[in-house]
Design a protein around this ligand. Structure first.
Ligand SMILES: NC(=O)C[C@H](N)C(=O)O
Length: 329
């Protein structure tokens, strides 16, 4: 008998109409009744938090990770029901916190609540169960609208449609429908990351560059954060003329604060050395993270900063592929 634990956290999937708009509140014994019986599979359910995922905090990721760690020998797989708005962040967070777990962890949710007409929730629950029970691959995954996406690569790209999630810069792991799992894409094995930590340092900030941004913001942030992520333009470039961001990056780096460079462009990652505007960022100390997405960079930086405050170690860890979050620098 395969044992699967469903952990519930709220989200639209468990929401109903209230005077103040949709809000989660469905009891676990009702939610579990929507899963199909599957021969040889025994389901258990447990509530962790009950939130619109907008209210999820990194501390909730660690609570989930701790719960799964505690139960890892009792269950063969875990399904987490979750709101979609921050599911990509939770999936990324769990990918690092549980990078060495030997079981599958499958996040799913829906765009329309269970129990409402036209809901996509029932299908997503069935598909999550199919993947969790049939694909015995370890790792953190998002199952949504018939697609299985790696936890470090799942991004919500639509607010309303059923096909809300995409796998960005990485192949889909599988397709799934009507209880059948399509062929599995198994990523090349990567060097094992040695170390385990269930801690996060949340004192980070994400700054989206835009034409006209006042460079003084870097002084402000430099005095407050333990790590900064800048969403650069295109291939890693930031302005060095007029409102010049380069001195601020250099100053933060000299002070030992990592400045991680990602890109605002969703597809194809960055190549920071391609243009002068990127090379200046790299020379100033900006740490490129290649084709990682912002959700994964945020979660990874919180996790790395909880383990070290040494800039050289932070750089090595940020640039080491973990949970297939990164293909190239
Ligand atoms: N579709 C959803 O789940 C959206 C909801 N606001 C949530 O993230 O909890």
């Amino acid at each position: 008998m395969q044992r699967i634990l469903v952990l519930t956290t709220g989200g639209t999937i468990a929401s109903h109409k209230t005077d103040n708009g949709l809000a989660p509140g469905m009891a676990d014994d009702v939610l579990i009744s929507y899963f199909e019986e599957r021969p040889g599979v025994e389901l258990a359910i447990e509530n962790v938090v009950n939130k619109d995922s907008t209210n999820m905090q990194p501390e909730d990721w660690t609570t989930l990770a701790q719960r799964i760690t505690d139960y890892q020998n009792e269950y063969d797989a875990f399904i987490i029901t979750h709101g979609t708005d921050t599911m990509g962040y939770t999936a990324a967070g769990l990918s690092y916190l549980l990078h060495d777990l030997k079981k599958p962890v499958v996040l799913t949710g829906s765009q329309i609540p269970l129990g409402m007409a036209e809901t996509d929730a029932v299908r997503n629950l069935h598909d999550a169960l199919t993947f969790a029970s049939q694909a015995t691959v370890p790792g953190v995954f998002v199952v949504f609208n018939g697609l299985v996406i790696l936890g470090t690569r799942a991004i919500k790209t639509k607010t309303k449609s059923y096909d809300a999630f995409e796998s960005v810069n990485f192949p889909y792991i599988a397709s799934v429908s009507d209880g059948e799992l399509g062929p599995l894409y198994e990523p090349e094995p990567e060097d094992e990351f040695v170390g385990h930590s269930l801690e996060l340092n949340t004192n980070v900030f994400v700054l989206k560059a835009f034409p006209g941004m006042d460079p003084d913001i870097l002084d402000y942030l430099g005095a407050r954060v333990d790590g900064l992520i800048i969403e650069s333009f295109g291939n890693g470039g930031l302005p060095f003329e007029n409102r010049n961001l380069i001195p601020g990056i250099e100053k933060m780096t000299k002070a030992g604060i990592p400045v991680i460079i990602t890109t605002q462009i969703l597809q194809e990652g960055q190549d920071i050395y391609l243009y002068e505007v990127g090379q200046q960022v790299a020379k100033a100390g900006g740490i490129t993270v290649g084709d990682m997405n912002t959700e994964a960079v945020v979660a990874k930086l919180m996790w790395v900063l909880a383990q070290t405050n040494q800039l050289d170690e932070i750089k090595i860890m940020m640039q080491q592929p973990i949970a297939h979050d990164l293909d190239f620098i």
